[in-house]
Design a binder for this molecule. Structure first.
Ligand code: PLP
Length: 457
């Protein structure tokens, strides 16, 4: 592709994106397509001869876009509303253009160093103390895998060579994300050795139950290694008592990995900083800017107070990657599983600079305020009940009538394309999760969704 041709198509694509952002409300949030539609519409084999960009872009619009679920849609309230922002989108294009890979400092000095800088900025914005070592992974699932791998090395040094002793045990609450289970599968710890500790009436891990489980496991000759409290659980955004968990861990010489994948963002707003109370004394933590910090997926920040342990767990240097040791530089390949690394920090840096701390605070504060305002409207409608307290940008509620009625309501809304809700089970009952946090949402969007829900019942 000649530079002039690239420029022409590039301008057309940027125009398309700008129009998409301006008219995103015209799209159905969930596309009305059926499984197999796209597979059937595309040829079974790739093209032998080159095709024109015009043809590719035409098919993008006519075949691909109709199969897109619009995560940036202001009425996307499913899962955790993951939204990117225009500066993040532009940075993503630059990341692809540069295509830098900073496994070694030398292979990507700016990638290595911007990762340190932006992650330190974020620590400051979340009101935590400096001194964390940070690196970026694709997802929180991978970050948590690293937290538990570091815990294993911390408690059983050299286990990367010798394998796991029998009965290595990990603890989290019954509300923790399944990424903890998957990490236990991947690390050979085994699901039977993950203890899901009982939660209290507000869905927070019970410290006394945790301490007792650890005592019992020790008495049975097991090897506890790690506790994973959550700040902002996926189901109900409850916040585990991290400070108490850390106290228990210190007494037992265990590692604490905090899953703040969703809830860490709330701490950027000064009045919600307390959600991270105790985290400064933990050993590692994950925060996902691709969830609620307006950065395109994928960007998950892994932090640790103990990079020496992480390095001991992962560093392996084959001949072709040998480098001079220099205390002034970090080679990120030493601190985890992936060798190749995308220049992800650029998109976080763009978003942080474009909006500034003020902008992030304003957007997140609005989302939390709107969640409370919506919860008030729900509580005032006799047909509905709230299923859990609102702490962040998630409202959990259901119809009083029955599980079946609530399920049908979610299906009707999602099928309509007007909004996208998700569901969970709280206290044994089918519950609607309505997540706020989309960059482009306004209160009018949320009010319109509530109106649609009321009309659909
Ligand atoms: N932790 C929590 C609390 C989550 O809610 C999620 C996903 O929603 C994850 C971890 C996994 O995130 P990721 O998709 O980045 O692996």
């Amino acid at each position: 592709m000649e530079p002039d041709e690239f420029r022409r198509h590039g301008h057309a694509i940027i125009d398309w994106i700008a129009d998409y952002q301006a008219h995103i409300r015209d799209y159905p949030v969930v596309p009305p397509c059926a499984p197999g539609d796209l597979v059937d519409a595309l040829p079974a084999a790739g093209p032998e001869a080159p095709e024109t960009m015009e043809a590719i872009l035409r098919d993008f619009e006519q075949l691909i876009v109709p199969g897109v679920t619009h995560w940036n849609h202001p009425r996307f309230h499913s899962f955790f509303a993951i939204s990117s922002s225009p500066p993040g989108v532009l940075a993503e294009a630059l990341v692809a253009a540069l295509n830098m890979q900073h496994m070694l400092w030398k292979s990507g000095p700016a990638g290595t160093e911007l990762e340190q800088v932006t992650l330190a900025w974020l620590i400051d914005w979340m009101g935590l103390k400096p001194g964390w070592f940070g690196e970026i992974f694709d997802t929180a699932s991978v970050a948590t895998l690293h937290g538990i791998a570091a815990a294993r090395e911390f408690v059983v040094p050299g286990s990367r060579a010798t394998g796991n002793p029998l009965g290595m045990t990990v603890y989290c609450s019954q509300w923790a994300h399944t990424s903890v289970d998957k990490a236990c599968i991947m690390l050979g710890i085994g699901l039977d050795n993950l203890r899901r500790i009982e939660a209290d009436a507000n869905y927070r891990l019970k410290p006394a139950a945790l301490a007792q489980a650890i005592r019992e496991d020790r008495a049975a000759g097991r090897t506890p290694i790690c506790i994973v409290p959550t700040v902002g659980t996926t189901g109900v955004t409850s916040v585990d008592p991290v400070a108490e968990v850390v106290r228990i861990a210190r007494a037992e010489n265990l590692w604490v990995h905090v899953d703040a994948a969703y809830g860490g963002a709330a701490a950027v707003v000064p009045e919600f900083r307390h959600y991270l109370d105790g985290v400064d004394d933990a050993d590692s933590m994950v925060v996902n800017p691709h969830k609620w910090l307006f950065t395109p997926i994928d960007l998950s920040c892994f932090y640790t107070r103990r990079p020496d342990i992480l390095r001991r767990a992962f560093s392996l240097v084959p001949d072709y990657l040998k480098y001079e040791e220099d205390p002034r530089l970090v080679n990120l390949m030493d601190y985890g599983l992936p060798l190749g690394r995308r220049f992800r920090s650029l998109k976080l840096w763009f978003a942080m600079r474009f909006y500034g701390r003020e902008g992030f605070v304003r957007m997140i504060r609005n989302h939390i305020a709107w969640a409370h305002r919506l919860a008030d409207l729900i509580a005032a409608d006799d047909r509905f009940e709230l299923a859990a307290p609102v702490t962040m940008g998630l409202v959990c509620f259901r119809l009083k009538a029955s599980d079946d009625a609530t399920r049908k309501l979610v299906e009707a809304i999602n099928d309509s394309g007007f909004a996208f809700l998700s569901q969970t089970t709280v206290d044994g009952k089918f519950t609607i999760r309505l997540a706020l946090g989309t960059f482009s949402s306004t209160w009018d969007d949320i009010a319109a969704v509530w109106q649609r829900i009321r009309e659909t019942v």
